[in-house]
Design a protein around this ligand. Structure first.
Ligand code: C5P
Length: 227
């Protein structure tokens, strides 16, 4: 079981007001470093591939240089969609890797124990993701009118890491490219080829930094943890 972690950090941060959130400081380090710290502690992680914007490659490389002593880190350029960025990461995976773990750099608070749970599930079921049951009732809305209210207990908010056998994920990528799918998460690619993806219950703290108020929440969660 040798995992390549693909840390996607090539988004434009539009909903954050155009700020590249991976370089924001959160507590004692930048957002991207938090994930590096967590994944580097896990023995099955063989390498970390950071996917960033072309123009930020050298900044990212110098920020992460010191971590190379602990874990091999590659930095590669992303694409215009998340799916493209993930594909670039998969291309950079080393040989002898058995699984890929795709993680949003925008989720710096993921805990080691939750990563270990989803890794164990991916080893057992071939494909697994972290997620949490929705606290709110979710409506399907079309043209401003509620169409449907799925039963809340069946609704999960997906998080990352999303972990797959690399052979399986490569097959799913080919299928998605053929059909020109544009998905918002990586499980969908695997779902599309009919392979079951296991849902591993995670933690509400593994939030995604998307809009400015998320930063304040993440800072508060981090301070609480440090106490
Ligand atoms: O846009 P969204 O919130 O879904 O982005 C989730 C993650 O995907 C972020 O960490 C972001 O940097 C990354 N991303 C990327 N390449 C893109 C778009 C998003 O690496 N083209």
């Amino acid at each position: 079981f040798r995992v390549s972690v693909i840390l996607v950090a090539a988004g434009s941060g539009t909903r954050m007001g155009g700020v590249p959130k991976q370089f924001l400081h959160l507590g004692s380090m930048t957002v991207v470093e938090h994930s590096i710290h967590t994944f580097a502690q896990i023995p099955s992680v063989a390498e970390i591939i950071v996917v960033t914007k072309e123009e930020e490659i050298s900044r990212m490389k110098s920020l992460l240089d010191e971590y190379n002593e602990v874990i091999p880190i590659k930095v590669t350029a992303g694409g215009s969609t998340r799916q493209e960025s993930v594909a670039r990461g998969v291309e950079a995976c080393g040989q002898e890797i058995t699984h890929v773990a795709i993680h949003d750099a925008a989720r710096p608070l993921v805990r080691r124990k939750d990563v270990e749970h989803v890794f164990a599930d991916a080893l057992e079921y071939r494909a697994a993701t972290l997620g949490i049951v929705s606290k709110d009732t979710i409506k399907v809305v079309h043209h401003g009118i509620i169409d449907e209210t799925p039963q809340r207990s069946t609704l999960y908010l997906t998080q990352t890491p999303q972990v797959f056998e690399i052979v399986l994920y490569r097959r799913a990528m080919k299928f998605a490219a053929l059909h020109e799918f544009d998905f918002t998460d990586d499980c969908q690619l695997v779902e599309a080829i009919g392979v079951p993806v296991h849902m591993t219950p995670g933690d509400y703290r593994n939030m995604k930094l998307t809009t400015p108020e998320d930063i304040a929440v993440a800072q508060a969660l981090l301070e609480e943890e440090e106490r």
